[in-house]
Design a protein around this ligand. Structure first.
Ligand code: ADP
Ligand code: ASP
Ligand code: MG
Length: 466
């Protein structure tokens, strides 16, 4: 069971999470994965960036707010405020956090590696608190960091990749003894470590990924993701007011949705679970009796629905490589992707005009400048590429549904609905799985495009009634 930050945003939310674990622990062995409390990861990032500019009063104030938050919630979760061990351990981590921030301000340097170390405090602090809450509700619980639970990654700080085989082996070895003593391991989501033991993170939203890795390693019956909405929905309910919960989603659809869902789930989170066909349930921690969404091998409840859900990925940009000399020149595309890949830039979408004179790649907005520089260095002046250009104002809209495969006219309806709202589509790609059509619009028009498509396909109505 993984609890997201929103499900751990206060002492009472944490106690609620403990009650949920207790309720389902009868007859089940459970491993808990905890995210950082609330939006603590965002706050730690801000703290790191502020500290990097020197030890300012702002950095001090951000730091003491975080320290206060964890101490306060720790005290409130403790039984009658007397859980000395928790209070002491939180103070210890608070002090270590302070030293880390001092180091960053002193050197005025925040490297990917030190950033991961800084971010790890969120989950390390939350896990201790959640384990205490579980003990106070009568369960045996023990806190583990990702590394203590056996998750080992490569050294790609910020977006580290688990070395799965060794991790699976170690997870089994490190957590089974606890489980057989009827203890509930409480593992930090999001963070792990390299072979040498330095802390890494799995990318934003990475606690879902942690849960999936642990579930596979321990051959869990199911992986449950507790969050603040009733399940996976037809669209982000903050964008579409009448978005509906999808009760059954197939693995294929969920992969597309999570990849393009950005905010809802870590893009690679489901991969391990899908490979081993372990069902994933997404449930609301405020309404634990509700069924939520079941992601499984089953086809889903589309009842002929072609489009199931629409996601939006904000904050991306388009990098375009063009030149008349590119026509018919073999290997240009390979060079483009190789250049981006070797600079650790993730390409989220690609399109190439059939004239071959232009190749466009969608990358995260933070990578736009780096991509342009890398491509200019690698490609200009060799006779075929004349220009590398960038467009920073973009978001991806992904329309997903298993029923889209082989159904003609879906794209026409999608783009018709968007055109009616006078939204300019900059670039289009259809996944070869045919489970998704994705396209790019200016960021400010993204939510409107989502609403237009939601309405066009009547997604607010239950299946069978469209
Ligand atoms: P957690 O703290 O549990 O990890 P997140 O904020 O990462 O929670 O993800 C839950 C949020 O994702 C929801 O509150 C919702 O606003 C947003 N969201 C975006 N797309 C969807 C979707 N298709 N279905 C449900 N929620 C979505
Ligand atoms: N705390 C991390 C984040 O906010 C990981 C997670 O919540 O899944 O990205
Ligand atoms: Mg999340």
């Amino acid at each position: 069971m993984k609890f997201g930050g929103s499900s751990l945003a206060s002492a009472s939310r944490i106690k609620n999470a403990a009650r949920i674990v207790q309720r389902f622990s009868k007859g089940n062995k459970i491993v808990v994965v905890a995210s950082a409390l609330d939006d603590v990861t965002d706050k730690l990032l801000e703290l790191g960036e502020t500290a990097q500019r020197g030890g300012s009063p702002k950095a001090k104030s951000l730091l003491s707010k975080l320290q206060y938050l964890h101490s306060k919630i720790g005290r409130d979760v403790s039984a009658r405020g007397t859980d000395k061990q928790l209070v002491t351990r939180i103070s210890g981590l608070n002090l270590e956090l302070e030293r880390t921030v001092e180091g960053i301000s002193h050197l005025r340097e925040l490297t990917p590696r030190s950033r991961d170390y800084l971010l790890s405090f969120g989950e390390r602090l939350s896990t201790l608190t959640v384990a205490t809450a579980l003990r106070n509700s009568g369960l045996k619980a023990r806190a583990f960091t990702g590394a203590e639970a056996g998750i080992t990654t490569d050294e790609n700080y910020g977006e580290a990749k688990p070395l799965t085989e060794v991790s699976y082996h170690q997870i089994h070895q490190f957590l089974e003894p606890s489980l057989s003593r009827k203890e509930i391991p409480v593992v930090t989501g999001f963070i792990a470590a390299t072979v040498e033991g330095s802390i890494t993170t799995l990318g934003r939203g990475g606690s879902d990924y942690t849960a999936s890795l642990l579930g596979v390693a321990l051959e869990a019956d199911e992986i449950w993701i507790w969050t603040d909405v009733d399940g996976l929905m037809t669209a982000d309910p903050r964008i579409v007011k009448d978005a509906r919960v999808l009760s059954n989603v197939s693995f294929g659809e969920a992969l597309e949705l999570s990849y393009f869902g950005a905010k809802m789930m870590h893009p690679r989170a489901l991969q391990p679970a899908v490979q081993k066909r372990i069902p994933v349930r997404i449930k609301n921690s405020s309404k634990p009796s509700k069924e939520g969404t079941l992601v499984s091998v089953n086809e889903g409840d589309s009842s002929g629905r072609v489009v199931r859900a629409i996601s939006i990925i904000p904050s991306v940009g388009i990098v375009t490589v063009s030149g008349t000399g590119m026509m018919g020149a073999p290997g240009v595309a390979a060079k483009v992707f190789q250049t981006l890949g070797s600079n650790n830039i993730n390409v989220m979408m690609i399109s190439q005009g059939s004239s071959e004179a232009i190749i466009s790649c969608v990358v995260s907005r933070k990578d736009v400048e780096k991509s342009v520089r890398a491509l200019q260095l690698a490609l200009l002046g060799q006779g075929y590429v004349e220009k590398v250009a960038a467009e920073r104002d973009a978001c991806i809209i992904a329309v997903v549904g298993g029923g889209m495969k082989g159904t003609p006219g879906v794209a026409a309806r999608i783009f018709g609905a968007v055109a009616q709202r006078k939204i300019n589509v900059r670039m289009v790609a259809q996944g070869s799985s045919e489970y998704n059509v994705s396209f790019i619009v200016p960021e400010a028009r993204g939510p409107d495009a989502v609403r237009a498509i939601h309405q066009e396909f009547n997604l607010e109505r239950p299946p069978g009634k469209s």
